[in-house]
Write a protein that binds this ligand. Structure first.
Ligand code: ZN
Ligand code: ZN
Length: 132
């Protein structure tokens, strides 16, 4: 079980199931949303419980996906394929120790021109879920 929250603490959540490996998404949308590559770990939607769902706001960022953030402090918290069973959790929102490790970089073909990736992890030019 893992807990997480936004910067101001209005959005708190608990993940009762497993989290997938951590991927850094370098797509242009994540870059703007996070101000940097976005670190995500995938959970089953039904395994995530919210303490204060009213503080969680959703922005539909493409025809097939939406992004969840705190309506008070603006913290970036979730990415979700519309109607899908999974929820991508922004790893920086989790309480530590997370017990997680970064495992790969995705959408590297779209990465910002102002940084290098030098950690030796596998890099994929694109991704499997679609940038949205
Ligand atoms: Zn907040
Ligand atoms: Zn992305």
């Amino acid at each position: 079980m893992r807990n997480g929250s936004c910067l101001c603490g209005a959005v708190r959540f608990t993940i009762v199931g497993e989290l997938g490996p951590v991927s850094f998404c370098h797509c242009g949308m994540c870059r703007r949303w996070h101000g940097a590559p976005g670190p995500y770990a995938e959970a089953r939607r039904e395994d995530v419980r919210f303490d204060a769902p009213d503080a969680l706001q959703w922005y539909q960022s493409s025809s097939f996906a939406r992004r969840g953030f705190c309506r008070h402090c603006g913290s970036s918290l979730f990415w979700e394929r519309l109607g899908g069973p999974m929820l991508d959790v922004v790893v920086g929102a989790l309480d530590e120790p997370t017990g997680l490790r970064a495992e790969q970089h995705i959408y590297v073909a779209h990465k910002g021109d102002w940084y290098d990736i030098a950690d030796g992890l596998p890099q994929q030019a694109e991704g499997s879920s679609g940038a949205g």
